[in-house]
Design a protein around this ligand. Structure first.
Ligand code: NAP
Length: 501
């Protein structure tokens, strides 16, 4: 796989990486399209279910060697991978921007450095597995804990942050000693393939990191329901995540699901209004709102409501929508025309359900799947735009009467991925962080993530963690080893079974 410049078609058709090498599969040719202008970025062969079998067999064959490599050896390979991603950052940024349409500034300052830091983190984590102390808990035995790689990991990732989502799944698995087969979203496979190629270059054994590209309905289904994997991890929408879980359950395989979100953004009446306005726009529009933790439901104290709505509309009006390659662009296109139609449809239906479009609500006159930053005030709690995931540059606003009402509204959702509370009152901040049901609650900010801390949701947002030491738990089993230290044949506990021999 070579990196194409943003506007040229790659001549390479190897859409899979199996057993440490590019593979031209027989599932038909797929065009990766730049959503900013509809141009073809790359053409590649899609995998078939038979290729999934091959990739899983390759991962199975590589497992023992990688799982029994010393922690320092695993860490060394992962550290080298971080170095290679850094060295190749410019090309990776170009790939990520061209396949997703995300602004080059975002890819340069967030996606790629964040991925490098995450890879480095897991390089270190490979040497820091923890467990209970070895001891004679029974008096007659020494008990110790072994933490072992769970085995072959099947993982499926979405299109919104293709590189980061691949890193979040693959790196903790490799650090734990697992081997991996990943299926990236069909729309955005390029940087995952590059990551696998660089991992091989870094010294990862062939077969430890395989990529199969193709649509969810065939390649994804074949991978999620494969009998010879040991755990299935997934990032994507809630309905698809539940299908993946059902497919894995047929074989009793472990799952980890990072699903959709509908993050509340609660502004109490003592908040710094300017900070809340700026934070709301940034939190709602990051990655064109295609972020599972994006601020989507602003819930604002009655006294601040009108000023908040006016301030957000003003800042949204200044956001630069346009060519993702231009460093001055703030907002790129949505991932596809089909997705833009979905977002536009939800916005168009909102007024009929009580919402007031304050700004945006239209597509700019640009080629590509662009959509203007949109603010919808006075939304009804029962409305679709308030309840369902939009995954676009759209913020809804409602007011609240008192703190109980604010927290009730924040929790009035099936999702529970992320939330924020804006206040200068330490007691309110503590209460909000305790009472909001979400995997992450920010206080006076919304969006920042950090490799040392976990990411993952509750409720319809799934379960399990990405990032941090906690994510290693998804890829490890705990084995208790209990050794008799008495050397006595006639053990006391045998009397529960028989008294005389
Ligand atoms: P999606 O439609 O659920 O797809 C996610 C992945 O699943 C893609 O690779 C897709 O393949 C594959 N897939 C589709 N149907 C499948 C099936 N029946 N069996 C197995 N795999 C299948 O999600 P998306 O539209 O790509 O991404 C947006 C969603 O991801 C949003 O809901 C967002 O909130 C969520 N997300 C969550 C997090 C988190 O950490 N919680 C992070 C990022 C995104 P194809 O697309 O190639 O068909």
């Amino acid at each position: 796989m070579t990196v194409s410049s943003p506007e040229t078609v790659s001549t390479h058709v190897a859409g899979s990486w199996i057993d440490g090498a590019p593979v031209v599969t027989a599932g038909g040719v797929h065009q990766v399209v730049n959503p900013a202008n509809g141009s073809t970025v790359a053409e590649m062969a899609l995998a078939t279910p038979a290729d999934v079998d091959r990739a899983v067999a390759s991962a199975r064959a590589a497992l023992r060697g990688w799982a029994t490599a010393t922690p320092v050896d695993r860490a060394g390979v992962l550290a080298k991978l971080a170095e290679l991603v850094d060295t190749n950052a410019e090309a990776i940024i170009a790939e990520e921007v061209s396949q997703t349409g995300k602004p080059v500034r975002l890819a340069t300052e967030f996606d790629v450095p964040g991925s490098i830091d995450n890879i480095s983190f897991f390089s270190g984590a490979a040497r820091h597995l923890e467990g209970k102390a070895t001891a004679e808990y029974s008096g007659d035995h020494t008990s110790s804990i072994r933490r072992e790689a769970v085995g072959v990991v099947a993982t499926i990732t979405p299109w919104n942050y293709p590189l980061q989502m691949a890193v979040w799944k693959v790196l903790p698995a490799l650090a734990a000693g697992c081997s991996v087969v990943i299926k990236p979203a069909e729309l955005t496979p390029l940087t995952t393939l590059t990551l696998a190629r660089l991992a091989t270059e870094a010294g990862l054994p062939d077969g430890a990191f395989n990529v199969v590209t193709g649509a969810g309905g065939d390649v994804g289904t074949a991978l999620a329901g494969h009998p010879d994997v040991d755990v299935v991890t997934f990032t994507g929408s809630t309905p698809v995540g539940r299908k993946v879980m059902a497919a894995a359950a047929v074989h009793g395989h472990r799952t980890q699901l990072e699903l959709g979100g509908k993050a509340p953004f609660v502004v109490f009446d003592d908040a710094d209004l300017d900070a809340a306005i700026q934070g709301a726009v940034a939190g709602a529009l990051i990655n064109t709102g295609q972020d599972c933790t994006a601020a989507t439901r602003a819930i604002v104290a009655r006294d601040l409501y009108d000023d908040f709505v006016a301030g957000v509309a003003e800042v949204m009006g200044k956001v630069v929508v346009g060519d993702p390659q231009d460093p001055d662009t703030d907002l790129g296109p949505l991932i596809s025309m089909a997705h833009r139609d979905k977002v536009a449809g939800m916005v168009e239906r909102a007024p009929g359900q009580g919402g007031r479009v304050v700004t945006g609500g239209v597509a700019p006159d640009l080629p590509g799947s662009f959509y203007r930053p949109t603010l919808i005030a006075d939304v009804d709690e029962a409305s679709e735009i308030y309840r369902d995931e939009i995954f676009g540059p759209v913020l809804t606003v409602r007011s609240f009467t008192d703190d109980d009402d604010a927290l009730r509204q924040a929790n009035d959702t099936a999702f529970g991925l992320a939330a924020s509370a804006w206040t200068r009152d330490v007691y309110r901040a503590q209460r909000a962080s305790r009472e909001i049901n979400a995997g992450c609650v920010w206080i006076n900010d919304h969006i920042p993530i950090i490799s040392e801390m976990p990411h993952g949701g509750v409720g319809a947002s799934g379960f399990g963690k990405d990032m941090s030491d906690y994510s290693l738990e998804e890829y490890l089993t705990i084995k208790h080893v209990m050794s008799d230290i008495t050397g006595v044949a006639d053990k006391e506990w045998h009397r529960t079974i028989f008294t005389k021999r």
